[in-house]
Design a protein around this ligand. Structure first.
Ligand code: 6PG
Length: 243
């Protein structure tokens, strides 16, 4: 499907719109398939969105929460994406603990953790061998360098095609990340991007001559819907080029 770029005047309008769009897609998934399986992004941008989701009236029993990536730290670490989401959202709603699937960061070797999460995803979806599970929603952020999830520029993770989860590498720090094959299988992929520091990467990503290895978000091309939700500060260069 053709990507849709929606630009909002400021960060709070971006979060408000993202909340409405995500709630709508959660309810649609539940209406159609009796459940919604969503993979969440980390970082700072989605935090107010997650806080707003804590106030949403949703059928939490029918919602399954996974993560698109994770820093290889304990849940109690301030850098933990799971820890942040739990604190601002999941601890505040009646979602069954069994519906929350954090990436395992307690194993001695991150590679074993990646393999374990791969198995957890396959088990959850009951996927046939060789088929790629279909998330209803994958929420993504984008770094100033154009990375998404923990798929960083010029890293081996960008070319992994035979696994659902792999190791990311942020300047030598181990990460766990979904791979492009499973991201691009999703029914709906939603980027949530805020701030002027994202302008350059976005311009590269939307340029016909952009380099996907240098700007990995460029490789997100789902079989389903792709929404880019930006605030004006992030979308500035796109707007001027598009005018
Ligand atoms: C992470 C994320 C990562 C994030 C971007 C943007 O674990 O950090 O999943 O991909 O979305 O780095 O981060 P900000 O929202 O903090 O700019």
């Amino acid at each position: 499907m053709t990507p849709e770029v929606l630009v909002y005047p400021d960060r709070s309008a971006l979060i408000e719109a993202a909340l409405a769009l995500i709630v709508e897609r959660i309810l649609t998934a539940i209406n159609e398939r009796q459940s919604c399986t969503i993979a969440l992004s980390g970082g700072s941008t989605p935090q107010p969105l997650y806080a707003a989701l804590a106030g949403a009236d949703l059928p939490w029993q029918q919602i399954q929460i996974f993560w698109g990536d994770e820093r290889y730290v304990p849940a109690t670490d301030p850098d933990s994406n799971y820890g942040m989401t739990k604190r601002v959202w999941l601890d505040l709603v009646p979602i069954p603990a069994a519906n929350i699937h954090p990436m395992p960061t307690g194993l001695a070797q991150p590679q074993l953790a990646a393999e374990d999460y791969d198995r957890q995803i396959v088990a959850h979806f009951g996927s046939e061998a060789g088929s790629i599970p279909v998330f209803d929603i994958i929420l993504l952020g984008m770094g100033d360098d154009g990375h998404t999830a923990s798929l960083f520029p010029h890293t081996a993770a960008l070319s992994v095609r035979d696994r659902l989860v792999t190791l990311g590498d942020k300047d030598g720090q181990p990460r766990l990340t979904l791979t492009f094959p499973i991201i691009n299988q999703a029914r709906s992929v939603i980027f949530l991007i805020s701030g002027a520091s994202k302008q350059t990467a976005l311009a590269e990503i939307f340029s016909p001559t952009g380099d996907s290895t240098a700007y990995p978000s460029r490789s997100v091309a789902p079989q389903g819907e792709l929404l880019w939700l930006l605030d004006a500060a992030a979308g500035e260069k796109l707007k001027s080029e598009g005018d």
